[in-house]
Design a binder for this molecule. Structure first.
Ligand SMILES: [Zn+2]
Length: 248
């Protein structure tokens, strides 16, 4: 699964302005936040060059992208300072809209849900013509004070809500949390049952007794001895193979 995130406007086009914010700045920030949240999933995510303006590139015939499965373009809305809420646009060619419905549903805990709408906006239409499904998010209204206050205080959660919507409806797997911690100097470790002493002393190759195994040890030094990585454990002043240790 490959996703392209696009920040609306930029490259000399600041987009809408409101409440002291420029749309082009907000779209760039939010795309990075969404990218951060998608890092928790098994998915390849690219960000369209943030120095460029995808809309201008489409109009100028300079919009060149790889093959993606999904394109997600971020914007902020503006109208009369009163209008508020979140909405997503897809092209008239799009069949399913379950991803987009999930995203606006997730965002409805922050903004009024204005729903999923259809319009052949330039970038997503171009993508659809290239065979790539896409959506254009109007996150909230930049000229509405209340929307922007919520956005500024909750933007990380908002990015997460968007990422969860994309991940759930596209069936992205969560990355497994790293469970194996590496043994380092000062690591607190336990010795696995059946371990033998390393090093070069007379104890080498002898079984570590259960009374020692039960204790927690501190790694003082690391070395490679006869091709085996070993740790010197401070409390017993003995070497034990790193493969026989579990970091706690
Ligand atoms: Zn816009």
């Amino acid at each position: 699964m490959k996703i392209l995130l696009i920040s609306g406007h930029g490259a000399g086009d600041c987009g809408a302005i409101g409440n002291g914010y420029k749309e082009a700045d907000l779209t760039r920030e939010l795309v990075k936040l969404i990218d951060n949240e998608l890092k928790y999933y098994e998915v390849d995510v690219d960000i369209y060059d943030q120095k460029r303006n995808a809309y201008k590139d489409v109009k100028n015939g300079t919009f060149h992208i790889k093959k993606y499965d999904y394109v997600f373009e971020v914007h902020f809305n503006a109208y009369d300072k009163k209008a508020h809420g979140t909405e997503i646009w897809v092209t008239k060619l799009e069949n399913g809209i379950s991803v987009e419905q999930e995203i606006v549903k997730n965002l409805s805990q922050y903004f009024t849900n204005r729903g999923v709408k259809r319009e052949n906006f330039a970038v997503i239409y171009k993508c659809k013509k290239l065979g790539i499904s896409g959506a254009l998010l109007e996150t909230c209204f930049i000229d509405n004070a209340s929307d922007m206050k919520i956005y500024q205080t909750k933007k990380k959660d908002i990015a997460k809500a968007i990422a969860i919507g994309i991940a759930e409806k596209w069936g992205l797997k969560k990355k497994a949390a790293p469970t194996i911690k590496t043994v380092q100097v000062n690591s607190k470790v336990k010795i696995k049952s059946g371990a033998v002493y390393g090093g070069l002393a007379s104890t080498r190759g002898k079984k570590v007794p259960e009374s020692v195994i039960e204790r927690i040890h501190t790694v003082k030094k690391l070395q490679t001895n006869k091709g085996v990585q070993e740790a010197l454990l401070k409390e017993i002043n003995s070497w034990v193979a790193v493969s026989s240790l579990t970091v706690i």
